[in-house]
Design a protein around this ligand. Sequence first.
Ligand code: UGA
Length: 433
Amino acid sequence: MRVTVIGTGYVGLPTGVGLAELGNDVICLDVDEKKINSLKEGKLTIFEEGLDSLFEKHSKSGKIKFSTSFSESIPEADLVILAVGTPPHPITKEADMRYIKQASEELAKYLSGYTVVAIKSTVPVNTGDMVENLIRKTNPSAEFDVISLPEFLREGFAVQDFFNPDRIVVGANSERAKALIADLYLPFKDRCPILYVKRQSSETIKYASNAFLAMKIQYINEMADFCETSGADVYEVARGMGMDSRIGAKFLVPGPGYGGFCFPKDTNAMAYMGKFNGVDLSLIEATIKGNEKRKINMAKRILDMVEDVKNPTVAVLGSAFKGGTDDCRESPALQIIEIMLAHDVNIKLYDPEAMGNTKAILGDMVTYCNSSYEAIGGADVLAVLTDWEEFKSLELEKIKQLMKRPQIADYRNVFDFNKAKELGFDIRSLGRI
Ligand code: UGA
């Protein structure tokens, strides 16, 4: 099948590369010339585990091509996937549909023969209708169907998730479009359910899923706070809860708050849609508020640990919003750092992959280090803010020698809590004392 993917970000690029691996002829289209030139030169523009080898394989084989031209990329396509950004509006937080509209109007001009236009970007309910109307208005004779094909990939695991989805959701009102999608996902036929639903249901499934997962995280974070006051251990509590198949063991890991480009944006957009439709979505609103408070509270806890220190230094491990990605958008780590900076704390920072993106945001406000141990040297507190695997192999004995004071705020549970205590660390974990 000939597929054109519009948008080469964290969704578009892994999707394009994954579809090429399934045997399709893919064009990744983006208006950002710099990105496309880089991709044409064989340089990936994002970090995603496992993406580089597949990207190289299919760039070389010609199964995937890159372009900035709608006129060259759209006419031949059987399927056009919209994977452009829908960032939050700065004030209302509703999803900004500017890029979806621009791409829809532009692609409409070049549709030729029957084409399915699939919306993969996370979009408000009824966007399918809006895109359909825009295309029809721009090109009344075009033969097309608009479907919703929401994305459930996690950053850092995008390649793994692409090939091992829990489910594929397709919101389609036309049998012809369903048949084309069934053909595209034939390799997954016996691997996962393919759920065909109304377009509005599919659009809602995406928001409802992300909001639910965000709520689950906020719930376990609240339980962590409770455990700290009751003497229980939240990791034991989460294990016990997770064994109930109705609850499930995943997304019960306490942390410094959820971040990234999706959960904050999508919970806010869902809350906005609730207000707009006159529906009380109080659970989602409480989740948003709780998550905001959590980051402030996390920073305050670290500040308390250096309250008596003049000109304190905090070693921060991790600035990405989670391990496995270089993405710092809405990263709790950066928000916590910013609060500490406002309180005149010196920050020595190390992240295995996100240093470039961090520098673009924090500039020269922090000291950038080349390794964890370099960041830890001379620090009054070590704060672990991102769950990178490599932090788990750091040696507590060595850390103790390097630090000015043996204090750890382990917000990602990377250290052996009891061992750290035995070694004389003042270690503050989440959900256990
Ligand atoms: C999320 C969803 O998990 C994907 O299914 C969805 O496709 C994606 O958003 C999207 O809408 O595009 P992602 O943002 O990559 O994926 O990140 P997650 O792995 O879900 O983590 C989100 C945040 O929650 C991170 O800050 C992470 O550290 C935090 N988290 C996650 C916890 O604090 N505890 C957990 O148990 C799980």
